[in-house]
Design a protein around this ligand. Structure first.
Ligand code: MLT
Length: 261
């Protein structure tokens, strides 16, 4: 199976991603927040690419079962119920709720991947769940690093290191026939260089520094914890739900024990 990496989603569109197998990685913080929300009992995440879409969708889904979550510049969007800190997505807040999710890069990458054959959301917190899923599927995968969408700066080191760790875990298993590409080799090299202390790498990253500046430094520790939220956010139709550990790829289970982040 060939494992490729895109270091940004800016140049990708829905048609290019149609029928591909995709892992969307947005370590800081969308992937971590989606995993936390689902682990804490959220019914589903509905990723959208813009605030306008979020407003439009929430107009058609009324009632208390729907929340709007997301950020601009790392802060809660006016009129939304939740920001993008995993600490906000507690069991008390999200259990049983559908969450319309709009972030600057992560939800955009998820939304661009909506016609993928398989779409899963990954970060450090659910590393093994993603790696095991890829092994199980035995198909080519594209790991999309959400990166940044502001002008010339499209690369985010934390997403690239996470992609590199996923591929390193896959290649460690000698039973796996993994074909690498230039970008997947580059991701592995970044993981080897910066992966020794994930938290340190996050703290020195552009976005990590910004999150610390706006008082969200605690989130970095949550996002750095390998396998702390062992769930697999998996797209079904237009929403992202929890996937059962094994068996049918289209089945979901009731949420597992809540995670306190
Ligand atoms: C994004 O989608 O760009 C982020 O997850 C930003 C953040 O809230 O840290």
């Amino acid at each position: 199976m060939r494992i490729d990496v895109s270091f940004s989603s800016n140049h990708l569109d829905e048609l290019q991603l149609r029928d591909r197998n995709v892992v969307v990685v947005d370590v800081l913080r969308a992937s971590t927040t989606v995993a936390t929300a689902l682990a804490n009992g959220s019914r589903e995440i509905i990723p959208v690419a813009s605030i306008e879409s979020a407003v439009k969708i929430s107009g058609s889904l009324f009632g208390e079962v729907t929340l709007r979550g997301g950020e601009r510049n790392g802060k809660i969007i006016e009129g939304f119920n939740l920001g993008n800190s995993p600490r906000e997505y507690t069991e008390a807040t999200v259990r049983g709720k559908s969450i319309i999710f709009c972030t600057t890069n992560g939800s955009v990458a998820m939304s661009r991947s909506r016609y993928a054959r398989r779409l899963v959301v990954g970060g450090f917190v659910n590393m093994s769940a993603v790696v095991n899923f890829i092994k199980e599927e035995q198909s080519d995968f594209l790991i999309i690093c959400a990166g940044k969408s502001n002008g010339l700066r499209s690369f985010s080191i934390e997403d690239a290191v996470c992609a590199g760790m996923m591929i390193s875990e896959l290649t460690k298993d000698k039973g796996q026939d993994v074909e690498l590409t230039d970008s997947s080799r580059a991701a592995i090299a970044l993981f080897k260089t910066f992966g020794r202390s994930i938290l340190k790498m996050l703290k020195t990253s552009d976005h990590g520094q910004y999150l610390e500046e706006i008082g969200m430094g605690e989130d970095l520790k949550i996002c750095a914890e390998i396998d702390s939220i062992p769930v697999l956010p998996f797209q079904q139709g237009t929403v992202i739900k929890l996937r059962r550990d094994s068996g049918s790829a289209d089945a979901t289970t009731e949420p597992q024990a809540a995670v306190n982040v």
